[in-house]
Design a protein around this ligand. Structure first.
Ligand SMILES: *Cc1c(COP(=O)(O)O)cnc(C)c1O
Length: 229
């Protein structure tokens, strides 16, 4: 049986070898371990291996895990779709949100973030494949939303995020990821706090890193298949 420890190590090794293959500097790509639906015991194994950044999609489940590990220095990223009525719990507990897709949710998080906490790190989600089933804004809307977020004291604009299109059309995914990379470069020029391109999951890791991802989000390749909710 392959353990979480072994799968985590092999994910770390694949990231390193992809970086090497494309001559990308070491330690420029972070690993977010997506622990959604997985129990505390699984997360403990990843922590024992040195993993510190975890991604969660469901507010209640994420908050329970954050509270459980309250005494450890971990980084918790909210990566699921965020409804307005759940924004307070996210603002009060998470370190990051990757799925900002409208001004209203940014305003709520900014006003709900407790002032004794560090500002919440946020990424704007881009619907780069323009699939109507996907959340995220169109690329053309990015600069104006980023501008508004950059004025909010309790949010720090860190970058952009996308979920790659489904299927194995390498050319299409390549095209989308390189568009994301261009948007990221443009955003970095405009906003000094921007340093994160959140892109790439278990099955499109290599293309994402090749196209400049700085943070890959890996779930099943570390924790195993999930039961569908
Ligand atoms: C579930 C999820 C992941 C992890 O997906 P895997 O295919 O299990 O690696 C990454 N990003 C987002 C936004 C997710 O919802």
């Amino acid at each position: 049986m392959t353990t979480i420890t072994e799968r985590l190590n092999s994910a770390i090794n694949s990231i390193a070898s992809i970086q090497k293959k494309y001559s990308i500097a070491k330690d420029t790509v972070g690993l977010l371990a997506v622990s959604k639906t997985k129990p505390i015991a699984d997360i403990e194994q990843a922590i024992a291996q040195g993993q510190r950044c975890f991604g969660e999609n469901y507010v209640q489940e994420g908050v329970e895990k954050i509270q459980h590990f309250d005494n450890l220095e971990l980084n918790w990223h909210f990566i699921g779709p965020l409804q307005s009525n759940k924004s307070r719990a996210v603002a009060e507990h998470f370190d990051w949100v990757h799925t900002i897709d409208r001004l209203k949710i940014a305003n709520r998080l900014n006003s709900q973030r407790p002032t004794h906490m560090k500002p919440l790190n946020v990424c704007i989600q881009i619907n780069i494949s323009d699939e109507s089933s996907k959340s995220g804004i169109a690329p053309g809307e990015l600069m104006s939303l980023a501008q508004q977020i950059s004025t909010m004291p309790m949010l720090t604009l860190r970058g952009i995020m996308t979920i790659g299109g489904k299927g194995n059309d390498i050319e299409k995914i390549t095209n989308e990821f390189s568009q994301m990379n261009q948007l990221f470069e443009h955003l970095k020029q405009e906003f000094a706090t921007v340093d994160t391109l959140s892109m790439g999951m278990s099955n499109d890791l290599e293309l994402a890193i090749k196209h400049g991802s700085t943070l890959v989000r890996i779930g099943s390749a570390i924790f195993g298949q999930r039961q569908t909710k």
